[in-house]
Design a binder for this molecule. Sequence first.
Ligand code: ARG
Length: 456
Amino acid sequence: MTQLWGGRFTGPAAELLRQLNDSIGFDIRLYNEDIDGSIAWANGLVGAGVLTAEEAKQINEGLEKVREEIRLEKFVFAAGDEDIHTAVERRLTEIVGPVGGKLHTGRSRNDQAVTDFRLWVKRATKDMAAEIVALGTAMIDHAEQHIETPMPGYTHLQHAQPVTWGHWLLGHFWPLVRDLERFHAVLHQADEMALGSAAFAGTAFPIDRDALAKELGFKRITRNSLDGVSSRDYVADFLYASTMLGLHLSRLAEQLILFSSTEFSFVVIADAYSTGSSIMPQKKNPDTLELTRGKSGRLLGDLTGFLATIKGLPSTYDKDLQEDKEPVFDAYDNLRLLVPVMRGVIETITVNADKMAAQLEPGLLATDLADYLVKKNLPFRQAHHVVGQIVQLGEKRDIPITDLTLDDLQEISDLFEEDVIEAFSVEGALAARSVPGGTAPKAVRVQIEQARDALK
Ligand code: ARG
């Protein structure tokens, strides 16, 4: 019998059971956390009078050997190594002899699994935060160069009002700041130690859980052993933060795909982040951005699949909970590619200011024309109507509203005077929007400072 739990069984496990039950194929990634947890546990057992200091030293040296074997890919797996906890303990006992069998005193794989994974998620969360900061920095640096590059702004994907490219890009930056805040919240949720819960009722040995938590770098300990082994909301939090980040990247990707199309040509994605077509020699495709958009779907799947898994689970540990790891690994692995890829795209993107300027047709200034009338004391509702008639007249004559004469305008409203020409300026329209958060270059300069502060 190779399983650690084989005592009460008379026959071997079916091969199919192993295939279904074993998690070693993916939880091997937790080996560092598992060994850190075991070393701390051995020290805790000394405090509890279960191990002598000498025994703990033997165990801990053995655990470091196991760590080295796995790290150097020299670790030989055995048939009963169903998960990382089993594999490490089995190999430890081979190395140090029967004393290795004392390590599992007063603990369970249930509290081990959750402790390992909380440690892993904490580290992964810090990695994600660092990647987001790097991307955000690249976006700010790029935006800073385009504080005064005008482009048409859109609502409903229709021409609306002029904005600047810098302001537009920063519109995709602030969601990342909120993602960062979400990952900080994940860190807080994950930062709780369940070790000492044992299988679910609490360990029967006098373990100093607070000292153990401190040794493992946890801020606090779980207050209920049943909840300790079975709560996975920190996992859902990680997946939600990941999904939201993925969706933000997807929306940015979608717009860059659109803006890099021949019809827009506002931007050119660098060759380094584009691919070719196997049949059409002229083509340059934004595959990196399309995959960014596409993968947001699977991130969403990772989240919803996991939520479905935990819904309705009875307390405490159920094997369903083993399904917590793969969606997290999937989300993490994909984002660890997608975030730096987006950074690369932004760092190498070329902006065609001329193409953007060429699309700045006078219709974009219709709101400013209405604002001009408001300044002459016409209520905005009426001003809106007047400008609507002007737009209609332009359309009827098939000319831009800027080509209408002052006489034409005055026929619609006698409030128009010579100075109306000032309302027809893109620079004026941009400068007017100097409210905090507005597109005026002056306001965007302040925004850039705020953006840098937000990443600190
Ligand atoms: N491989 C398991 C997991 O990832 C470890 C816990 C197993 N516990 C048990 N009672 N079978 O959740």
